[in-house]
Design a binder for this molecule. Structure first.
Ligand code: DAH
Length: 332
């Protein structure tokens, strides 16, 4: 019997030493329980005088293995905890860094320039109402200028997606008194057919300066200077008379087409110029609508921001700015 116990001990001991995983350990444990059962059953058949010694040997065997199995379980649990942790020595896979979208990059360049000039930034909602988007900007419901800026309605005719950032002017003036200088960047929407210069959703940066003595020369300087600071001092900017219901006088701002060097191409529709902004002296009706005196003076401008990265990076189609063309992005 003593020999039998020794053999079983050795056998289980070998198996236990090789148990490096929970399932293997479980097998050893169940073999051990089986062996115990067998030994106790065997012991019962022995004559009484042998029972005492054999019983003690079996108990010692039992105690030793219960302890060893418990220790092995603990060790395996520790090991599995460690392997689940992050192994800091493993080399990382190649990390592809994203870049800031060209539109946002150029937008931020302009923001920085305006901040240097003393402008602060104001934001407004993209879901607007008729009052702020048209009505208070001197475009009553019958005004033909609304046609050029038709938009998408959430609830016709009052709730809409803003067609320009000029509505932030109204919102800002309703809450602030002059003097102030603000710009307002953001997304705007229009029912525009897609062509090289148009997409139904695009970015604008609005500017508004109100204060005593503000004049058209200040407007011309601020707009021209911001282009020169972003694009370079030799860059050409053209002002020409134009019409906007919320400014009087109004101006269209064009920049020389970089794509063709001013000769005329598909992107600039053969004109050599690209319309980049509208501007003017704020109309007295707008000041009146926000509760200011009609004698208040100020200028406003609104950049079509999408045109600027097109010129800056020489991208000939506006819709490319919204396409996921990695080969294009990698060149910028
Ligand atoms: N809101 C005009 C547009 O979306 C741009 C514009 C023109 C903004 C004249 C102005 C402005 O602030 O004074 O086409």
């Amino acid at each position: 019997m003593a020999q039998f116990i020794d053999d079983k001990k050795r056998e289980l001991s070998d198996k236990l030493e090789q148990s490096d995983a929970p399932d293997k350990l479980q097998q050893v444990e169940s073999s051990f329980r089986k062996v115990m059962k067998e030994l106790f059953a065997e012991m019962k058949t022995l004559p009484n005088e042998e029972k005492k010694d054999v019983g003690a040997a079996i108990n010692e065997f039992k105690k030793e293995f219960e302890e060893r199995i418990a220790a092995a379980k603990k060790k395996i649990a520790e090991l599995s905890k460690n392997t689940a942790a992050v192994d800091l020595t493993v080399p990382s896979p190649e990390f592809i860094r994203g870049k800031i979208h060209p539109l946002i990059r150029v937008g931020r360049m302009f923001e920085e320039v305006y901040k240097e000039m003393g402008f602060s930034i104001a934001y407004g909602p993209e879901i607007e109402n008729d009052k702020h988007n048209y009505e208070m900007l001197n475009m009553p419901y019958y005004h033909p200028a609304r046609d050029m800026q038709d938009t998408f309605y959430l609830e016709y005719p009052k709730v809409l997606l803003r067609s320009h950032t000029s509505c932030v002017q109204v919102r800002y003036m309703l809450e602030h008194k002059p003097p102030f200088m603000i710009i307002s960047p953001g997304v705007v929407y229009r029912v525009d057919e897609i062509d090289p210069q148009h997409t139904p959703c695009f970015y604008q940066v609005e500017g508004l300066v109100v204060g005593e003595g503000i004049n058209l020369a200040n407007l011309k300087w601020a707009v021209t200077e911001s282009v020169k600071r972003v694009f370079g001092p030799e860059y050409k900017v053209k002002f020409s008379p134009c019409y906007y219901p919320y400014t009087e006088p109004s101006a269209a701002v064009d920049m020389g087409c970089i794509m063709c060097g001013g000769k005329g191409c598909r992107t600039c529709k053969g004109t050599g110029w690209m319309r980049v902004a509208g501007a003017g002296m704020v109309h007295p009706n707008v000041f009146e609508a926000v509760g200011y005196s009609r004698d208040t003076v100020g200028f406003a401008f609104g950049w079509g921001l999408n045109r600027l990265p097109m010129l800056y990076f020489k991208i000939n189609e506006m819709r490319k700015l919204f396409e996921n063309e990695i080969s294009l992005w990698e060149q910028l």
